[in-house]
Design a protein around this ligand. Structure first.
Ligand code: TEU
Length: 589
């Protein structure tokens, strides 16, 4: 692409405020705590800080349930604290992006309280209300068979006052707004303007492609006949009206500022269904987060977060190659995240958190992440190799409502199906250990003092047991650390723009050990060859041999960066490479 807008080369860092840094002793992360770490983020190479929600919230879903969009939750701090954070970032040329959660509000939002109060309230139509469906036995049932994304129950909650049901894609504490109502949209645009006036620099938009529901709310197809409620994906994902809504948002808000925006867009459809959001002439968003790479190692059971431990590297490659190659063709723009607050840690997921592999894995993933075309998003902890919660942690450690509901929902389902009072759910627990969102939410490990320097009080969520050894302070003093590697890799990415803008050419796609590709920036006449040994045996890394295809000219190749023993600047003696476990190399061709 000829257009090299500032937000394309930006490095975005996601902070999950509750778990980042508590400046005091509440045990809960604070805005002041975040501000104290701005120099750390600057030094890392971060351009944009994205804050997961810090608005007033009952925290039924850790702040993704907002009860006032224009007030901050006291646990995190005040608007003045936020302004101080904004200023500290701006002073350093960095930007502050807020989370925009507008598919739904909290059930404690004033809008919902009004809407719920009576059928003829002026805000009744701000949410999605439907009458009961009465079955043969004369029982009042939800309007359709949609299953909420969390747990096994319906996506509808009955309200006695008005004898109707409201739609909630997520928790019952998260009623969905009715985007068909123009007054609702106007209220959202006004709120966005308000934040822009406060000096915010843009938005990450939560499940923004869920905002339109199929007219008439038809039943979802039955994928699991043993269950009452079914996933309703395509009846609320990427529907044509979403594009109308976003075009209106662009015209009414986005266009008026030089802001950063990314839409979160779950869904299984191919790139062609997601590219339209970021194709500039469509005037919608700049980029979206997709979920295909969060699915290749997931099982497809009756409940959501099962794991498939036997995934093949080629499955993984297919996803990334598809997005890299097709997005370029479609004329949209990619965003690349490997981790966030909803996902397990990648080291544990796709590489290895075995003590001997962990640092090497983390560096390999950094090379991978930073050599993908598009804007990159790093999630707190990723830059120093935080991994999943220890295998020894029991069910009682889980804090996330999705995890809790998933385990409990499955327990209830099995009780009913088998008649057993205490059915075995150990398989569910095994999956959760691999996939639970809690894995991505343990507190940051700043140093080896109590609670890893995260808080002087008792942390709301248990700190990972390994913090004495794995922490930011120790890594800051070590040139060979994961953190030092990330810093270097982020600098290289800025220096060699082929890594951001180059054409992505996959190599040897069926190879089950090595992931290799060329990034070719014709504008700058710059070409890089990326070779990553991702071979895993029983969870541990393995050696592999890679043959560089003959049609790639490596006569002038120089090693730009590697996490292995090969010296930087060295040339290629042979086109057959013997790679150590999790060794990665990037050559300048
Ligand atoms: O997540 C959207 C989403 O669909 C999933 O990633 C979700 O986290 C779920 O785990 C799927 O199994 C966003 C937020 O990132 C998430 O934290 C919120 O819980 C959710 O929306 C509702 O606001």
């Amino acid at each position: 692409p000829s257009d090299r807008a500032w937000w394309k080369s930006a490095t975005v860092y996601q902070v999950y405020p509750a778990s980042f840094c508590d400046h005091g002793s509440s045990g809960f992360g604070t805005i002041k705590g975040i501000t104290s770490k701005v120099p750390y983020l600057k030094d890392l190479g971060v351009d944009i800080l994205w804050l997961s929600p810090i608005y007033q919230s009952p925290l039924a879903d850790m702040g993704y349930d907002i009860s006032d969009y224009q007030a901050l939750d006291k646990r995190y701090g005040t608007l003045d604290d936020w302004k101080e954070l904004r200023d500290e970032l701006h002073k350093r040329g960095m930007k502050l992006v807020m989370d925009l959660v507008v598919n739904h509000t909290s059930d404690e939002h004033a809008w919902f309280k009004e809407s719920k109060s009576s059928i003829d309230n002026s805000k009744r139509d701000w949410y999605i209300w439907q009458p009961s469906k009465v079955n043969e036995k004369g029982e009042k049932k939800p309007p359709n068979n949609w299953k909420s994304i969390f747990g096994a129950g319906p996506a509808w909650e009955y309200d006695e006052t008005t004898d109707q049901w409201y739609c909630h894609t997520f928790l019952k504490e998260q009623p969905d707004l009715n985007w068909e109502n123009p007054t609702v949209r106007k209220a959202i645009w006004d709120m966005m303007h308000w934040w822009m006036k406060q000096g915010c620099d843009g938005f990450r938009m939560d499940v923004i492609n869920f905002t339109s529901k199929a007219p008439g709310f038809p039943d979802a197809p039955i994928v699991d006949p043993s269950r009452e409620y079914q996933p309703f994906g395509n009846l609320s994902i990427n529907r044509p009206r979403v594009h109308d809504f976003l075009k209106e948002m662009y015209k009414e808000v986005l266009e008026q500022y030089d802001l950063f925006c990314v839409g979160e867009c779950p869904g299984d459809e191919p790139v062609s269904a997601f590219a339209p959001y970021s194709i500039p002439s469509n005037k919608e968003l700049q980029m979206v987060f997709h979920f295909h790479h969060q699915g290749f190692d997931r099982g497809r059971g009756g409940f959501g977060r099962t794991a498939n431990f036997d995934w093949k590297l080629s499955d993984f490659k297919k996803v990334f190659n598809h997005w890299q190659v097709e997005m370029e063709k479609e004329g949209g723009w990619n965003s690349n995240y490997l981790e966030n607050h909803d996902q397990p840690r990648t080291i544990s997921r796709i590489a290895s958190d075995h003590p001997e592999d962990r640092a090497k894995s983390a560096k390999l993933l950094s090379m991978f992440h930073c050599s993908l075309g598009g804007t990159i998003f790093i999630y707190q902890g990723q830059e120093w190799g935080l991994c999943n919660v220890p295998r020894s942690w029991g069910e009682e450690e889980y804090k996330d409502i999705e995890t809790i509901q998933e385990i409990e929902g499955e327990r209830q389902h099995r009780k009913k199906a088998t008649g057993e009072a205490n059915p075995d759910v150990s398989d569910v627990l095994k999956y959760m250990r691999q996939t639970a969102r809690d894995n991505g939410r343990t507190p940051m490990q700043w140093d080896d003092s109590d609670n890893a320097g995260f808080s002087k009080g008792t942390p709301w969520m248990r700190v990972h047991d390994d913090y004495k050894e794995w922490n930011v302070s120790a890594q800051s003093k070590d040139d060979a650390s994961v953190l030092a590697f990330w810093k270097k890799m982020l600098r290289i990415r800025k220096q060699y723009e082929a890594l951001i803008y180059g054409i992505f050419v996959p190599i040897d796609e069926d190879n089950e050990s090595t992931y290799a590709y060329v990034r070719d920036d014709k504008t700058k006449n710059e070409k890089l060859l990326v070779i990553l040994n991702m071979a895993r045996g029983t969870g541990r890394g393995e050696k592999s041999t890679f043959n560089i295809p003959k049609d790639i000219d490596v006569s002038k190749a120089k090693l730009l960066i590697s996490n292995g023993s090969e010296a930087e600047g060295s040339s290629l003696a042979s086109d057959v490479l013997d790679l150590e476990p999790f060794e990665g190399r990037i050559y300048l061709l």
